[in-house]
Ligand binder design. Structure first.
Ligand SMILES: [Fe+2]
Length: 231
């Protein structure tokens, strides 16, 4: 699904129904070549490539694969895709260490990246990928090294599983951190110039009013969770 000249969105068919969710949303940004964020699970890779092709995107052009975090519903297909097309694989340094630590928890039913897979480790800061200048923010809360990606030129923010339309990401999984979640969501709320937010699950948030309303909902949820002593 093409959202603008340079932004393509491939939502998981299950939307925000986590009881059915086995895969995450994928985003593709068009630069000199393609930057793909969160390819999802292996079983869905051929479907994803078909959907990209029907939008006129050639998967051969995927130069960068960026992972918002290491959960397998976002990451499992990344090594195969990178190997097939010679793409560079980017993950935050903290999340890379966490992935090794949490493999038994999250990868029991998924393929863990083998030792031959080369990840490039990203710190918070600027990443120029395929000519696109991306701002990488470390936004822990759902997992310790989760990143959010701001593309200022496209006025686009990608949040991974930090938050979704109407709800914050899970904080009760291994590596979750309620205090960090609050700080990370606050940090993203205070970013200027964002007119589209694409999350790791759920539909696109496509204008400024929806973005503001969504932050209101998120902070109401946080306040309720704090009052209930679960955050
Ligand atoms: Fe996740």
């Amino acid at each position: 699904m093409q959202l603008s000249d340079d932004v393509f969105f491939y939502p998981s068919p299950a939307g925000l129904d986590f009881s059915k969710e086995i895969c995450a949303n994928t985003v593709v940004l068009k630069g000199r070549k393609l930057v793909l964020i969160d390819p999802g699970i292996k079983d869905r890779l051929s479907d994803l490539m078909e959907r990209m092709a029907s939008d006129g995107l050639n998967p051969v052009d995927v130069e960068y694969i960026i992972l918002t975090h290491s959960h397998p519903d976002h990451l499992e297909a990344a090594p195969d895709l990178a190997e097939k097309f010679g793409s560079r694989l980017i993950i935050s340094r903290i999340e890379y260490e966490f992935m090794k630590d949490s493999a038994k928890v999250f990868f029991a039913n998924h393929q863990f990246p083998g030792p031959e897979v080369i990840f490039e480790l990203q710190e918070e800061g600027t990443l120029t990928a395929s000519g696109l200048e991306l701002k990488i923010f470390l936004t822990p809360g759902h997992s310790p090294g989760s990143i959010s990606i701001l593309w200022p030129k496209g006025k686009l923010l990608l949040t991974g599983d930090l938050y979704f339309p109407g709800t914050i990401g899970a904080i009760n999984l291994y590596g979750g951190n309620p205090g960090a979640m609050y700080k990370s969501v606050s940090r993203l709320r205070d970013l200027g110039g964002v007119e589209m937010v694409l999350c790791g699950h759920g539909p696109a948030i496509i204008d400024r009013d929806m973005i503001i309303q969504n932050y209101r909902a998120l902070f109401a949820e946080i306040a309720a969770k704090k009052a209930a002593g679960v955050m």
